[in-house]
Design a protein. Structure first.
Length: 317
């Protein structure tokens, strides 16, 4: 008869939708990137589905949080399994292989972290009491630091030599300045010192954070030469596609995330051409790893990457 059903505005599903809409407002206000908001949404939907959308918000207690922690751990794939099972046909129908255990340990930790943030959000708005184990150290997703993946210097040279057009410049900016595709797309005319061959900026990903350093990169002659060659006439953006568009675009339209990465698309052709199946992000990591190995300048690794200082000493070097 519906007498035991919670009020519509106190169901898990309703409050998840409310949180997602507020995240979208933060995107509009440029306080949150579209892809970060979309990743948070996907993570929170795992929590919503675990609880069931129609459940009352009061189910979020300490006991439930423990259960969700073990649920996340239970979905972590076997470290020895690198690929998901292939889809199989059964009785004439396409049956998708079971992907119940397809999370990495890092992703499981991310899902659980977003769930805890959502619980705090509800507590701040007086929907629930804060579970006493919200900060429990037993809810850990450890495993130790992973070895940083890099690419060999020979592979880097092969990629740069084979690259043509703006793609060669993009690779050089990743190596020289630790840039990502988004950093390249977001490079502003005001961030380039065209007299002294320098770029001074914060990472696009963390540009709104106060404790993130503004880093000055001295450009190598080849990088600066290519940058001047492909500099656009646009008043704001340094690099644009041949059609005058942005190299990377991200947006939330009606709650759906849309992304176009033309840098990655061009790189796909280069991988086929060279036979080097390496991810673009490894160029940035490789430069940082080489810098870290230097006996004197190795301590500048995190500064090069645009990371916030990790200690008092880092703040004052």
């Amino acid at each position: 008869d519906g007498t035991n059903l919670p009020p519509p505005d106190r169901t898990v599903g309703h409050l998840v939708d409310r949180w997602v809409k507020e995240q979208q407002k933060r995107v509009t206000a440029r306080q949150l990137s579209p892809d970060r908001a979309d990743n948070n949404r996907i993570c929170l939907f795992h929590f919503r589905d675990f609880l069931h959308a129609g459940s009352p918000v009061d189910v979020m207690d300490a006991n439930m949080l423990d259960k969700f922690y073990y649920h996340c751990l239970g979905r972590v794939r076997d470290p020895g399994v690198h690929t998901l099972p292939k889809r199989t046909r059964k009785r004439g129908k396409l049956a998708v292989a079971d992907t119940s255990y397809d999370w990495s340990l890092v992703y499981a930790g991310k899902v659980f972290s977003v769930a805890r943030s959502f619980i705090r959000y509800l507590w701040e708005r007086h929907f629930i009491e804060l579970p006493r184990n919200i900060n429990s150290k037993t809810h850990a997703f450890g495993g130790g630091p992973k070895k940083v993946q890099t690419i060999t210097v020979e592979e880097v040279k092969k990629l740069v030599d084979a690259a043509t057009g703006q793609l060669k410049l993009h690779l050089m900016l990743m190596i020289n300045c630790g840039m990502t595709q988004t950093d390249i797309s977001d490079l502003r005319q005001s961030e380039v010192d065209w007299e002294r061959a320098r770029i001074t900026r914060k990472r696009s990903k963390t540009r709104h954070e106060e404790n993130v350093p503004e880093v000055t990169y001295q450009l190598w002659p080849i990088t600066f030469s290519l940058l001047k060659k492909y500099r656009s006439k646009d008043k704001e953006w340094v690099l644009l596609t041949t059609s005058g568009g942005r190299w990377v675009s991200k947006s939330l339209v009606d709650g759906h995330f849309h992304k176009a990465d033309n840098v990655a698309s061009c790189y796909m052709h280069l991988k086929k051409k060279t036979g080097i199946k390496r991810q673009l992000k490894l160029l940035r990591k490789t430069s940082a790893s080489i810098l870290e190995s230097h006996p004197h300048y190795g301590r500048y690794k995190h500064h090069f990457l645009g990371h916030s200082p990790r200690s008092i000493a880092d703040k004052h070097y």
